[in-house]
Write a protein that binds this ligand. Structure first.
Ligand code: TEU
Length: 551
């Protein structure tokens, strides 16, 4: 098609509402809190806000367990407050995307309460019920949060499927009534003015049927997945004249799958969140086995996704979200070189081809939580892992060390707005502890840091994307793929070429590429160090990044 879609030069900001800003002192972030911080987001220059779930929920998985898709949970506010937020976001020229969690509902959703009530309930087939075998679960599928993926329901003596918590029963997408109810709900939100959806584990909605045999790898990517998404596209998105954006979160998706999901002629979804690059430092058995990350592997993985979706399809670009550790702690140096590594990571990510996602707090270089006791953790995945691992004989100290690196709570500590007691997040006691480093790591201090402001660097990167077609659409070519600490690539569009280099180490790095850049009289477009000589010298300082226009 001639003109590229609007989101090819857009930047999305993910808000995890419960940790963003609390307006009423109950210690949990809310919609009014978000409204009070829209200046921060507008100044950053982001185009789209994605809200993690704010629907009515018992909060077993912090809102990813929905009990009413058409109401706002009182923790966050009311539908009226949502409408007010939405219209102010639009007035400020931004869009708002909701989190669509339809692989499963809460077990407190009316649909599930009806489904579980009896074997012949009209909604029995809205969920996945099966008989056990000899007092055992129907098959060997495991829950992402530990234990079996099946729970025995005493009332009817059958098991129901939950790929996540027992309080998150999986919907049965084979049932056209379920699909119709989901599409109706999606249309209700789009008719309300919402600009799209981030779709939670949307590749899990299609389980391999042949009656749900095999291991958990059969619990997703069933053959129907493209039929479901094409049907959703027809029933919800086709024919709407507003600029919408859809991103499917797809753990386990491959490049080949993604071409099918995001191909322009496929009429499925616009882009996917893939998980390869955030799985490279996981051990073979568990995300909690931390293995050292090799930059060569990271470049190979991200480079393959750039090449794979270059001609057909589109990448989302992220290093962090509410499920991942803080990117500066995981991929950079959250101590001496926190600012340099945070801005280097942002530069390298935002200069790739795709739509960048900024996770709340990354724009001010927030770090992992640094918790030392299990009582500090709230995340069901982390709490279950601690219980399961220690019950299996692991020492609490060992498991706490794993959690310190990998727990999802690392990214869920309240946003650090200033150096006051609760970092300006709440006047009450926060639902999850504020990181003690907020006295120095906070938005106010960062904004006052001039050239060393992480926020200012993100703002410049976002403005660069908005102003340069080569950043949004230029061809990507990886350079020095085997170099252990240098991340280097070019972006080319017509006669314009940008050279991007990032030093993924705390040591100075001689870069011969920069010699040729100097010879070509390249000009520094953006860098993360105060560089007197225009960035022409061939030595990168610790965690230094540069974007140089070669032609
Ligand atoms: O996450 C999907 C998912 O697979 C996560 O469990 C992720 O793989 C894992 O946490 C990485 O360590 C989505 C939501 O983003 C997550 O917050 C929910 O807990 C989950 O689905 C269930 O809704």
């Amino acid at each position: 098609s001639s003109t590229p879609p609007w989101w090819t030069d857009a930047v999305v900001y993910q808000i995890y509402p419960r940790s963003f800003a609390d307006s009423n002192g109950d210690g949990v972030g809310d919609l009014a809190g978000i409204r009070s911080r829209l200046d921060h987001l507008q100044q950053l220059g982001v185009d789209v806000l994605w809200l993690s779930p704010i629907y009515r929920s018992p909060q077993a998985d912090n809102g990813y367990d929905i009990s009413d898709y058409r109401d706002i949970d009182p923790l966050f506010g009311t539908l009226a407050e949502f409408d007010a937020l939405l219209s102010e976001v639009h007035e400020r020229g931004m869009k708002l995307v909701m989190d669509l969690v339809v692989n499963h509902t809460s077990d407190e959703h009316a649909w599930f309460e009806e489904s579980r009530s009896s074997l012949d309930s009209p909604k029995r087939d809205w969920y996945v019920w099966r008989d056990g075998h000899d007092g055992r679960e129907p098959n060997l599928w495991r829950s992402a949060f530990g234990g079996a993926a099946w729970d025995l329901d005493e009332t009817t003596g059958q098991y129901y499927l939950h790929l996540f918590a027992t309080k998150q029963p999986d919907l049965n997408w084979e049932n056209p009534e379920v699909r119709a109810a989901v599409y109706e709900m999606m249309n209700w939100w789009l008719d309300r003015g919402v600009d799209g959806f981030r779709m939670d584990v949307i590749n899990y909605i299609a389980k391999v049927q042949s009656d749900l045999v095999g291991d958990s790898s059969q619990a997703s990517m069933g053959g129907q997945i493209h039929d479901f998404l094409q049907e959703m596209n027809r029933e919800v998105f086709a024919g709407r004249d507003t600029d919408l954006i859809t991103v499917g979160e797809m753990p386990g998706v491959t490049v080949e799958d993604a071409v099918l999901f995001t191909g322009h002629d496929r009429l499925e979804i616009d882009m996917v969140f893939q998980f390869e690059h955030v799985g490279l430092d996981h051990g073979p058995d568990s995300k909690f086995d931390n293995v050292p990350l090799s930059l060569v592997d990271l470049k190979r993985s991200l480079g393959r996704w750039q090449d794979g979706l270059a001609e057909s399809g589109w990448n989302s670009l992220y290093l962090g979200n509410h499920d991942q550790p803080r990117s500066v702690s995981r991929f950079g140096d959250d101590g001496l070189y926190r600012v340099e590594s945070a801005t280097m990571l942002a530069t390298v990510l935002h200069l790739h081809r795709g739509t960048p996602y900024v996770y709340q707090g990354d724009e001010i270089g927030m770090t992992n939580a640094g918790f030392t006791a299990i009582e500090q953790y709230q995340d069901i995945e982390s709490v279950n892992y601690f219980a399961e691992a220690t019950a299996a004989g692991a020492s609490p100290a060992e498991v706490l060390e794993d959690l310190r690196y990998r727990s999802r709570d690392n990214a869920r500590t309240p946003v650090q707005w200033d150096a006051t007691e609760q970092a300006g997040f709440t006047t009450g006691s926060p639902w999850l502890e504020v990181n003690p480093n907020h006295v120095t790591v906070n938005a106010a201090a960062d904004r006052a840091a001039g050239q060393r402001s992480v926020f200012e660097h993100y703002r410049r990167l976002i403005a660069l994307r908005h102003g340069s077609a080569v950043v949004a659409l230029g061809d990507f070519a990886m350079l020095e793929p085997e170099h252990p600490t240098l991340y280097a690539f070019t972006r080319t569009l017509g006669d314009e070429t940008l050279l991007v280099v990032g030093n993924f180490s705390g040591e100075a790095l001689e870069v011969s590429l920069l010699e040729s850049a100097r010879a070509a009289a390249g000009t520094l477009v953006i860098g993360n160090y105060e560089t007197g000589d225009g960035g022409a010298d061939a030595t990168l300082r610790p965690w230094e990044a540069r974007v140089i226009r070669l032609a």
